[in-house]
Design a protein around this ligand. Structure first.
Ligand SMILES: Nc1ncnc2c1ncn2[C@@H]1O[C@H](COP(=O)(O)OP(=O)(O)OP(=O)(O)O)[C@@H](O)[C@H]1O
Ligand SMILES: [Mg+2]
Length: 167
């Protein structure tokens, strides 16, 4: 796997648009059989990143935050690999992931909250951790208070993306 080797390390992503652009770079480096796990708190930008990946893979359908769907397959528009977008947030056990019958070998699989399950389905995978509570966001001043920053979590604010090869 060479995949995301060139991106390993930390990246500051300033806005949702930049997160999508980062996703397009990531998507251009992923191949069928690759598994990418996305970690980071609610609203960190996992789905936004996945949108960019979907764009560069040129797959059908809008990448959404699945409310009831745990895994959504987006077929390629030109005979390439499909993108399987997994939201493992409510997944109980890795057995349940097995039940989804994902064709890992032929797909690019991006799994939000997938860290606890990755080892059950892959020998090696990539992880991108998104952090919005690092220095510079102003969030620390919002802690325990009702300051304006607390109400502006959706406003453009830098995220720290850390790319790692696992395990
Ligand atoms: N630098 C940034 N990168 C990504 N998203 C950002 C950034 N700054 C602000 N945002 C906003 O943060 C939100 C991220 O939402 P998104 O659904 O991508 O997060 P998520 O990690 O998938 O959340 P969940 O855990 O609920 O699935 C969006 O509203 C987006 O506009
Ligand atoms: Mg999401």
């Amino acid at each position: 796997m060479t995949g995301l080797d060139d991106l390993v390390g930390r990246h500051v992503i300033d806005s949702p648009a930049d997160m999508e652009e980062f996703g397009r770079r990531v998507g251009g480096m992923l191949r069928p059989g690759d598994l990418l796990v996305l970690t980071g708190s609610l609203g960190a930008g996992k789905t936004t990143l996945t949108r960019g990946i979907a764009e560069s893979l040129d797959v059908r359908g809008r990448v959404q935050s699945p409310t009831f769907v745990i895994a959504r397959t987006h077929p390629s528009l030109h005979g390439g690999a499909p993108l399987v977008h997994v939201d493992a947030y409510r997944l109980g056990t890795s057995g349940e992931l097995d039940d989804l019958d994902i064709d890992f070998a032929r797909s690019v699989v991006v799994a939000e909250w997938g860290a606890p399950f990755a080892a059950a389905v892959a020998d090696t995978w990539w992880e991108i951790e998104l952090d919005r509570e690092w220095g510079g966001t102003g969030l620390d001043t919002a802690c325990g208070g009702s300051g304006p920053a607390a109400r502006e979590l959706d406003a453009d604010a830098p995220r720290l993306a850390t790319v790692t090869r696992r395990p």
